[in-house]
Write a protein that binds this ligand. Sequence first.
Ligand SMILES: [Zn+2]
Length: 431
Amino acid sequence: MFRILMFLIIILISSKERLMGQENSIYIKAGLLYDSKENKLLKNKLIHVQGTKIISVGGFESLPKNSQVIDLTQYTVLPGLIDAHTHVLFSQDADEDFSEHSIKSLTMESDALRVLRGAKRAKSYLDQGITSIKDLGNSGLYLDVALRNAINEGTIEGPRIFASGPILAANGGQIYGVLPKHQNIIDSEYRIITSPEDAKNAVREHVNQNVDLIKICADNLPNKTFLTLDEMKAVVQTAHSYNLKVTAHCVTNQSAWNAIEAGVDGIEHGFNLADSTLTKMAEKRIYLVPTENSKDYMNTYVKLSGYEETGWIDNYLKIMKDRLNRAIDKGVPVVAGSDNYTDIKVSRGESSTDMFRYYFQAGMKPFDILQSSTYISAFYLNKENEIGYIQPQANADIIAVKGDIINDFISTMEKVEFIMKDGNIYENKTD
Ligand SMILES: [Zn+2]
């Protein structure tokens, strides 16, 4: 019996090796290659891709004869981009209230319909060259995990998803104004934490459902409830014991301060961060995901939402620009994320690329924006060996843009003409 078993295992291993040997080799000639770790451009590099992985990065002279070549000598080649803050299973109209829309979705949109709609939104990221997304809740009971699995197994096309599962939050979550007798509806969208012990169990439930990271709401504004320091500490300790990162939605400075004290890995939004909080983040290497929008986006949004008053936009952008620049000056790691979930009448992926425009308008340098959308983003997911950097053994997530990325950043980023994820080519307008 044992001999038969060993025989079968040997057959299995050797056939796997044969299959590996047969995997298609593709060589990509990059006129310019963005080195996301060193944050600079390299000239004339040859990327060898086999199957789903990058095998090597070398000079053009290492191209073997009679090999399959993709000529990107007229392009700038980048690692697939990462949007570190998405909600693909949630979409509201500009004139809709967040809480009312959430209740409507939870009571009138079936999980099946919600996932199918989410699948279409997810695919639209891939179409923009965003090959990975961190999806941070508002996704029902682990519908994000289901969508991730469907993409990973090849059932549908989409970006690599890092899923958080339901957001851990204090009473009511972010869905304000719900009567006590209907609070149970919220349990289908948030994991409501009632004590530090409960917080530990909530993380274990998430681990059991195979999430990739934990998202908490340190505060729930405009709902007034917030997680206590001890609850957040319990979340972080348990999550870290399972090697999961914890990222915290924070609107107020106080909730961010508490989340940092509790040991979270990152702060989402952080609209009101004080200098002292930013200094602490820089010291502890806690990243910030600034989720603002460009002036163009805000104008579209305001028009669709029917607001009469638009004077506040400039002031809002000024405050946000100031906060981003204070963070950068203090050395806080910046991770790029859009948080776009409003329907502004373009695809979700297209809407999310507004983050490049915003960061640029706020004064970030093109290379720094690219690094925040690739290497730094991957690094804070513990995935820098797999995504966000074109290097041997990494997943073959590779895109190419046409134009001058240094002097004409915004319009160049709109011209993504080659998209490869996991070695599969999804777009190639280059021939
Ligand atoms: Zn969000």
